[in-house]
Each structure stands twice: as C-alpha cells, then as structure tokens.
Ligand binder design. Structure first.
Ligand code: 5AD
Ligand code: SF4
Length: 442
C-alpha cells in the first residue's frame, strides 16, 4: 500500500509551484497525497523566510505536529523551502520534531533523503545550485482549481536588496529552458486550464542563451502558443522592466493588463539604502510608460514601512508616491530584520516600533482609499471575467477575475465556472466589484 504525505505551503507563489514539484516527486515514489494530516506518514512544511512573522507561523505549526508525532511515532516531518535554507542545521537542532531539512534546490534528492531518514539519520540538505530549474518534472497540480496554474520561468535572485533574504534562500538567478516552459504551458492547455501565471523572482531578468531570448520574447511566445488562455506573470522589477515587455502586454489580448511592480519606498534616499538600483523618478517614469502604452493596465505594489534610517520625510514621500501612482492594490509590510542580510549586518534597525506601526497604518489607510477609488472608476464598465468558482458567502453567486486581476462577483449558474463571461459592474466595495452578467455565450 502507498504511504501518504501531507504538505502545507507558506509564502509566495513560487513556493506553491515548488510544492507541486515535490508532490510529483513523491507520487513517483509510492506516496499519495492526503489533505488530512492525521492520515499522513509524512508531513512536509514548505516555508517562507521573508519576514519574521512567516517564520513564527511555521514554528507554531511544528509545535502542533509535535503532538501528532506523539500519537504516531512513525510519522516523519520535513521542513522545506526558504526558512529551511536560511536556518539549516539550526532548525533541526532547535526543533526536535524535525526529521529532515531541505532547501529549494534539493528536492530531487527527496527519495534518497527519505530512505536515510527511515534508517534513522537526520538529513540536512541545503546545497544551492547554479543550474537546477526542475525542467524535467511535471508539477502535480493539487493546489489549484484546474482553471489557473503556475509555470516557473526562472529561479533565484541576484539583486541583493539590502533588506531581503531571498538571494540567500533561493540562490543565484537562472532561467529555465524555453522549450520546457512551452511544454508545460501546452500541458496546461491540454488539461483544460484557462489561465497561467509565469513565475520568477524577477521575470524581467529572464535570459536564455546569453540574450537570445529575453522576457518580452518569452511572453510573446507563450501568448501566441495558447491564444485561448489568459497569460499572467509575476514579479516585475522597476529597474529591469523594458518597454518591449509593455508592448508585448499591449499587443496580445490574452496577456492580462495587470503589473505588480514593487516600489518598496517613495524616497530616492531610501531606495539607495535599500540598493534597489532605481530612483523615485525612474520608477515614476516606468509608471508613466505603463499608462502611456497600456492605458487600461492595473498596477499593484509592495511597500516596506520603517526600513533602516527612514525619516518622517521619507515616509511622506512614500505616501506622496502612492497618491501619484494611484495603485489599484498594494501589499504593505513593516520592516523585519532578516539575519545575515546586508541591513542586518551593517544598518541599524533604528526606526522606533511605534513609528513603524504608525507609518504602516498610514500607508494601509491611504491604500484602502486608493483601492476604493480604483473600484469606483470601474462602475458601469463591462469586463471579461474568467469564472473561478462560487462565492463562499452565497452559493448562487459566482466569482472570477477580470484582466486587471480584480475579483468580480455576480449571479450566475455554476455551469459557467471555467469560462469567460462579460460582467457589468453595478456596485463595489474596497475589495471587490459586484456586477451583472451581460452575456455568457462566448
Ligand atoms: N521586511 C519586510 N518586508 C520585506 N519584504 C522583503 N523583505 C522584507 C523584510 N525584511 C517584502 C518586500 C517584497 C515582498 C515580497 O516582501 O516588499 O517585495
Ligand atoms: Fe518567502 Fe521570498 Fe522564499 Fe517566496 S522566495 S517563500 S516570499 S522568502
């Protein structure tokens, strides 16, 4: 009989995609997936290290699984991903419940590691690779709704922003072979998927064969290959996002009009301390290019409040930039020191906690207002919506997303799930658009 594994995933979309690779590897090695941890012989936690909060949640889960292990002494527990890579041996030393620790580039060794663990050795494999892109593995897509799937195009990050742990946990930047990307895209289409998201820590640095194929070219290639599927991508980087990419988005109807462009701070001085490689003016020029080339494009961002040395004036510049850009959506965070980063080693974490919290609240409050205004501008517009499911609150209502990545809720029959329909926006909240079906026979 097959053994059963249970997996929990924290952090970004890349981790979700990695868990699907891990699931594939295990299924090829006589394991089957269960979503009930009580049934599992193996529990895996795929972790994030980007902020302390994400790590604390994992520590909490490990505490929880300690009692599960008491009930089932044969249960094995493995920690994967970024926190595993960051803490290495220390994680197993501090958390006795952990049987093995594996970083993001080591997953092909899982069968071997499991065998060693079953023979009583504790395994720590955190070797980072300059080459591994898992080209030859087909993700086992247990996470998604069979409508929208992730396709990773590159791994790692060479940027070295001073606050960020990712270059340490995911290693050097490397691009995946376009042929294997296309094969995975075609698999998705053949499996009936309607949307895909190309994933990379910085998609704009995609580079195959020394410049032979860059991100704009790849995006076009994918859009042409599957004209009936929606194409999304994340994450863009302000310094590297070229006009060619913007023209590709404009020229292909099936590339979604939505760009996530993390700014982190609106102050050129702070951007310098963060080593982001661009100024406020450069960033605003990129926003201007998006608005000029793709007028109906939605833009979201990431913002950090209270990074090392941030003054009130810097903070006001962030608020001012948010107003200028009029973001449709934002992910907003308080700065959290990450061990071993440049900031942790060299820069004092000198913004008082109260100021950090207040600045973050001001940022969130402003964004709530901007999101509401953005949704208000969509009143009475008709959007093409990819229907993803029924609304959690009301079985008779469907939800989906428009090209701009906004959630749209409307009344309709379940048979529409998975298809594209036109919806007219009739009201809105800060978080969602509410509308009426205008035609469903596309
Ligand atoms: N503290 C707070 N937020 C961080 N991010 C990355 N590192 C940190 C940190 N040390 C945020 C950035 C990034 C997003 C994924 O997480 O805004 O874009
Ligand atoms: Fe978290 Fe960053 Fe790792 Fe994704 S890449 S899991 S956001 S630390």
């Amino acid at each position: 009989m097959n053994k059963k594994f249970y997996i929990e995933t924290y952090g970004c979309q890349m981790n979700v995609a990695d868990s699907e690779l891990v699931a594939n590897i295990l299924r090829n090695n006589n394991f089957e997936l269960t979503n009930d941890h009580k049934q599992a012989d193996l529990v895996l936690i795929n972790t994030c290290a980007v902020r302390d909060k994400a790590e604390q949640r994992v520590i909490g889960r490990l505490g929880f699984f300690k009692s599960a292990k008491r009930n089932n002494p044969n249960l094995k527990i493995g920690v994967l991903g970024c926190m595993a890579q960051r803490m290495k041996q220390k994680l197993a030393d501090e958390q006795h419940v952990v049987d093995f620790v594996m970083g993001p580039d080591t997953y092909k060794r899982l069968p071997e590691v499991l065998e060693n663990v079953n023979n009583g050795t504790r395994e720590i494999d955190v070797v980072l690779s300059k080459k591994e892109t898992y080209d030859d593995l087909k993700p086992y897509r247990y996470n998604d709704n069979k409508i929208s799937g992730f396709v990773s195009i590159s791994r790692g990050c060479d940027n070295m922003c001073t606050f960020c742990i990712v270059p340490f946990t995911r290693g050097r930047e490397r691009s995946r072979n376009p042929e294997s990307i296309l094969n995975e895209v075609i698999d998705l289409r053949n499996d009936g998927y309607k949307e895909l998201t190309l994933l990379g820590q910085n998609v704009d640095k995609y580079n195959w064969n020394k410049g032979e194929l860059k991100f704009a070219g790849l995006l076009e290639m994918v859009a042409k290959e599957v004209p009936d599927m929606r194409v999304r991508f994340a994450t863009s980087y302000p310094q590297d996002m070229t006009d060619e990419v913007l023209y590709a988005i404009k020229n292909y109807d099936n590339i979604c009009k939505y760009i996530h462009l993390p700014v982190q701070s609106g102050s050129t001085r702070m951007l310098g301390i963060m080593k982001r490689g661009y100024t406020r003016e450069w960033y605003l020029n990129r926003i201007e290019a998006i608005r000029r080339i793709i007028p109906n494009c939605a833009i979201s961002t990431d913002i950090i409040a209270g990074f090392c040395g941030e003054t009130e004036e810097d903070h006001l510049q962030t608020l001012d930039l948010m107003q200028t850009v009029q973001y449709d959506y934002a992910y907003m965070f308080k700065y959290s020191v990450r061990p071993n980063t440049y900031a942790a080693r060299r820069l004092p974490d000198d913004v008082p906690e109260d100021d950090k919290s207040r600045r973050l609240s001001e940022i969130i409050e402003l964004q709530n207002k901007l999101s509401l205004e953005s949704n208000k501008r969509d009143m009475n517009k008709v959007f093409e919506v990819l229907v993803e499911g029924t609304s959690k609150r009301d079985e008779n209502r469907l939800y989906g997303r428009n090209s701009q990545n906004k959630v749209v809720i409307f009344e309709g029959d379940k048979s529409l799930i998975g298809s594209l329909v036109d919806v007219k926006v009739e009201s809105h909240t800060q978080a969602t658009l509410l509308g009426k079906l205008v035609n469903s026979d596309k």
